[in-house]
Write a protein that binds this ligand. Structure first.
Ligand code: URA
Length: 249
């Protein structure tokens, strides 16, 4: 953290609006390094201990959450939401400090499963960059079971009405599933609009249920119920960061 204004420090950490915080500071409710500070513009340096009403407020520039997205919620931040009456995925993260969180990529409104929510723009950019080819794993249930021949076509790439066909992808049947397949595990390295749904439509079926299970090294925690979330573990974050920096073939 580079030095930053005391009122911004507390605002970034979700302690209130800038004007509420200024009032608290002027009232003498805030200390820095054990001394009461009444100037909202006071510069807080890295490692300074800040308290508000006797409680230590630690600063973290970035937050990372793994969300098991439920159906019916839009993959957007509040500022990106066109209709403010709708619920967005960031609203589901109740204990957040930062107000600048956003989802990394989008899942359709009816798609469930893994969504990374953060304010780390550089990591998001890396994970979403088409050059990095980060693999996303989906579990899909289909209206019409598909044959092995359809799977082979999907694996090679199909025309979904875009300029180019889809890139080659990996497809497996979940354990116990036999041909014709009504359930599939699909790994894609692209992120086109409604991609999985359009791929299945290209082979004469359609998706009735779609769940994202993994994104790169990050695997959905099975303990999380739909709508549940938790902070990323340090090792999960480091694995994602190192994958994001590699250009895949
Ligand atoms: N493909 C889709 O069709 N929908 C999603 O939400 C994600 C991938």
């Amino acid at each position: 953290m580079t030095a930053l204004r005391l009122d911004k420090y507390l605002c970034d950490m979700g302690q209130g609006s800038r004007s509420e915080i200024k009032k608290l500071i002027r009232k003498g409710q805030v200390t820095v390094k054990g001394e009461t500070v009444r100037d909202p513009g006071f510069q807080v340096e890295e490692g300074d201990q800040v308290t508000l009403s006797g409680q230590v407020i630690a600063y973290h520039a970035y937050e990372y959450y793994m969300l098991n997205k439920p159906a019916g919620v839009i993959s957007a931040s509040r500022t990106d939401l066109r209709d403010q009456r709708q619920q967005c995925v960031v609203d589901l993260i109740r204990e957040k400090s930062r107000k600048d969180l956003f989802p990394v990529g989008r899942l359709d409104k009816d798609t469930v499963g893994l969504l990374l929510i953060t304010n780390d723009g550089a990591l998001a950019h890396d994970l979403l960059s088409p050059r990095k080819h980060v693999e996303k794993l989906y579990y899909a249930e289909l209206s019409q079971p598909v044959t092995q021949e359809a799977l082979d076509r999907l694996r090679q790439g199909v025309d979904i009405g875009d300029e180019k066909p889809t890139l080659p992808c990996r497809i497996d049947a979940p354990e116990g599933e036999e041909e014709p397949y009504g359930r599939l595990l699909i790994r894609i390295r692209e992120g086109r609009y409604h991609q999985i749904k359009r791929m299945l439509e290209a082979v004469g079926s359609s998706v009735t249920y779609l769940k994202r299970l993994a994104m790169g090294s990050l695997v959905l925690d099975e303990e999380l119920p739909e709508g549940g979330y938790r902070c990323l573990r340090e090792e999960e974050l480091q694995a994602l960061k190192s994958a994001g920096t590699l250009d895949k073939p």
